[in-house]
Design a binder for this molecule. Structure first.
Ligand code: PLP
Length: 393
């Protein structure tokens, strides 16, 4: 099919030409002289993106799932008690990961479409008189439902309860797209992948380790080898790795960091907010429902759209990809067939969002969902005009 594939799933995202070109080079010697400068640039840049001075960066070939495992095995003992929230597929899997690794997980079931309620965190931790919870697991942005939880409020709730549990945060679909403040929110471990806001191909887990988590990793007894972050942190300080790193990805990552710095993080976050708002206007104009229940928790990287009773969200996705070369995210777990997801993160601008919105309304129509054709595009265009388009530099 001529033209480009519209990859509007909530990650992997479109990889910009600049990043592809940065990776298009001979493979270097990963124990050679090129590495320390590259690793220093990447770690310094990632620390800025995590907004941390105290956190240290550990990179692992892998993906977000590996990031979960690293966060858990380095900070928790088997049998440690963990508080987790089932607010969507990924929240559930983060909890499942801890449970399979031997921790005792209290997984609080909540309606999918809501965030982690800080008041509930307070309640649970306040009631834990023996201080038996060793960690609280939180999805900053739950990609399956399009909900962003208020991590700052969760931290405040933990502090108000005077509880020493570690705060382990999944920032897979928020990092480099939605404001994330590792130091200010006193996050102990945050993890992400390269394939979303960082605009790279899939293939690496990015973990930010705070001082308390670093100290804990010296004491815990959990078995670990590949995901032991201690040798990784030690070697990365010298610019190397204890394993063979994904060297070409590191060049891509350095370029991505440069691109984000050129735009400026506040502008990157504002752009994601503007594009997400445009998508939401379109959904309202179609008369369809957004799964996220509370507007302050709307995600700026992904929106889950509920199809009317009797309609099949997967039929919408099939029509989009077969006829328009537009990929949309599937409903995951219990949301299969009930929602489709529009990814609006990474390297993306207004015109691309408008094309996506046009594609979604055509796919909805093809799948038999009755919506006013053109209404979404019009609502989105009007909003972008009102917001005043940012001049192209
Ligand atoms: N956490 C969140 C919020 C995700 O969106 C994903 C994947 O989309 C994961 C974890 C799992 O990451 P991966 O698929 O990179 O292993």
């Amino acid at each position: 099919m001529p033209g480009r594939h519209f990859l509007q799933i909530p990650g992997p995202t479109n990889v910009p030409e600049r990043i592809l070109r940065a990776m298009d080079r001979p493979v270097p010697d990963h124990r050679g002289p090129e590495l320390p400068g590259l690793v220093a640039d990447v770690t310094a840049g990632l620390k800025q993106i995590f907004q941390t001075a105290s956190g240290e960066i550990a990179l692992f070939p892998g993906s977000g799932t590996g990031g979960w495992e690293a966060a858990i095995v380095n900070t928790l003992n088997p049998d440690d008690r963990v508080l987790a929230f089932n607010i969507g597929q990924f929240g559930h899997q983060f909890a499942e990961c801890a449970q399979r690794l031997g921790m005792r997980v209290d997984e609080v079931d909540l309606p999918w479409g809501t965030g982690v309620p800080a008041a509930l965190v307070y309640e649970r931790l306040h009631a834990d008189r023996e201080r038996s919870y060793a960690a609280v697991l939180v999805e900053h942005n739950e990609t399956s439902t399009g909900v962003t939880s208020n991590v700052r409020a969760v931290r405040e709730a933990m502090d108000a309860a005077g509880h020493p549990a570690l705060l382990l945060v999944d920032a897979v679909s928020s990092l480099a797209s939605i404001d994330f403040r590792f130091d200010e929110w006193k996050v102990d471990v945050a993890l992400a992948g390269t394939q979303k806001g960082l605009m790279l191909p899939p293939g690496m887990a990015v973990v930010c380790v705070g001082p308390r988590a670093r100290a804990r990793s010296e004491d815990v007894r959990s078995r670990r080898y590949f995901f032991d972050w201690r040798p990784v942190l030690v070697e990365m300080r010298q610019g190397y790795f204890p394993y063979t790193p994904a060297t070409l990805m590191l060049y891509g990552l350095r370029e991505a960091i440069r691109m984000l710095a050129e735009e400026g993080l506040p502008r990157v976050f504002a752009r994601h907010g503007r594009l997400a708002d445009g998508v939401r206007r379109a959904i309202h104009a179609w008369g369809l429902q957004i799964l996220c229940r509370d507007p302050p928790e709307y995600s700026n990287t992904v929106t889950a759209v509920v199809v009317p009773d009797g309609a099949d969200a997967d039929a919408v996705r099939r029509a989009a990809v077969q006829h328009l070369n537009l990929s949309l995210g599937a409903g995951l777990g219990r949301l299969k067939g009930r929602v489709f997801r529009i990814g609006h993160l990474g390297a993306l601008n207004e015109l691309e969002v408008l094309a996506t919105v046009a594609g979604v309304e055509m796919a909805l129509t093809m799948a038999g969902v009755r919506i006013p054709l053109g209404a979404g595009v019009t609502a989105c265009e009007k909003f972008f005009l009102e917001e005043q388009l940012v001049p192209v530099s």
